[in-house]
Write a protein that binds this ligand. Structure first.
Ligand code: DON
Length: 325
């Protein structure tokens, strides 16, 4: 980092002017009071709608944060690209995509629907993510008990985050499990259609899925995860090669087409960069070969995306030419 600084070879050469723009967008979006905090479990319903944070980490390790960037939130659906990445890295895309498709579903994230092949449409919706959990449980190190598999997974997440601290919110986990009729319905529906690699212990798979949703991080750690994806799988902070570049490419392709719920097409059109949102109000954005950004603000629009987060992305590409096309 230091030798690059002397050579003026940073990916964003004029960092102070760039971060000044980030600050301006941040304050502009802060005045946005649209949206509603998720209310299906009490722990999310209690979230302060005023929370708003943005963290940036470039592929050469330049970092900037503004707002509530050290308060932890649960990963929720932002865990989906991460578990998918682990499955790809360990099993390869041929195996993974025998079980899950690559097509946007055109439906809500928790809709009781499979594709024409009786597979979940993609790994970014609940059915697909539950299926990925079954692959991680049964095909990746099958000898591991669920507790071991939890450690295995959170360690992967930590390595993606450059060893920033990550946690687990047990109250959210317990609530998710209680409020999960639809997810269980999806789990059973997929078992009826022989979607899993074997006679799966469904209770374990569902618990594993809720555990992944209930892992906790803050904007600063999530920005590093996004930057690791922007950097082809090498963490810019630790320089550890966490994922293969082929796995990262597949993850970003599906974040691009399926990462923003049923707004993914419009987001790909207007913003044009891979992203994934979660119901706790987090929004992970990857600008390949440049940087990762994490935004967090609990109020969600009717499709489930963070209102301030989406507005921030639109401001960003209005000013900077990050749209892929
Ligand atoms: O499975 C659920 O309903 C949540 N725990 C995950 C929610 C979420 O962020 C929605 N995502 N696609």
């Amino acid at each position: 980092l230091i030798s690059r600084a002397f050579r003026h070879q940073f990916i964003i050469p004029d960092w102070p002017s760039f971060t000044k723009h980030i600050e301006d967008f941040y304050w502009k979006c802060k005045t946005n009071t649209e949206g509603k905090v998720a209310s299906y479990i009490p722990q999310l319903a209690r979230m302060n709608p005023e929370y708003w944070g943005v963290s940036v980490c470039t592929i050469d390790g330049q970092r900037f944060s503004i707002g509530d960037t050290s308060i932890p939130f649960t990963l929720q659906s932002c865990s989906k690209p991460l578990t998918y990445a682990i499955a790809l890295d360990r099993l390869g895309p041929e195996v993974v995509h025998q079980y899950v498709g690559q097509e946007p579903s055109g439906r809500n994230f928790n809709e009781l629907v499979l594709d024409y092949d009786k597979k979940p449409h993609n790994p970014m919706i609940n059915a697909g993510a539950i299926l990925i959990c079954s692959l991680l449980k049964t095909l990746v190190k099958p000898e591991m008990a669920l507790a071991e598999k939890f450690d295995f997974t959170i360690n992967y997440f930590k390595r993606l985050a450059g060893e920033e601290s990550l946690g687990f919110n047990n109250a959210v986990f317990l609530s998710e499990r209680e409020a999960a009729d639809r997810n269980y319905a999806l789990g059973f529906y997929m078992r009826e259609h022989n979607c899993y690699p074997d006679k799966t212990n469904l209770r374990e798979i569902m618990d594993f899925y809720f555990q992944c949703c209930s892992m906790e991080a803050n904007c600063e750690a999530m920005a590093v995860m996004a930057a690791t994806l922007a950097n082809g799988g090498i963490c810019p902070i630790t320089e550890e090669k966490v994922l293969k570049p082929e796995s990262v490419r597949d993850v970003l392709s599906l974040m691009h087409s399926c990462g923003m719920y049923d707004y993914s097409g419009q987001f790909a059109f207007k913003v044009g960069i891979p992203a994934k949102s979660g119901v706790s109000g987090s929004l992970l954005v990857v600008i390949p070969n440049v940087m990762g950004i994490c935004m967090w603000s609990p109020p969600l629009d009717p499709l489930g995306n963070s209102c301030r987060g989406v507005q921030f992305c639109e401001e960003l590409v209005r000013e900077f030419n990050f749209h892929r096309y």
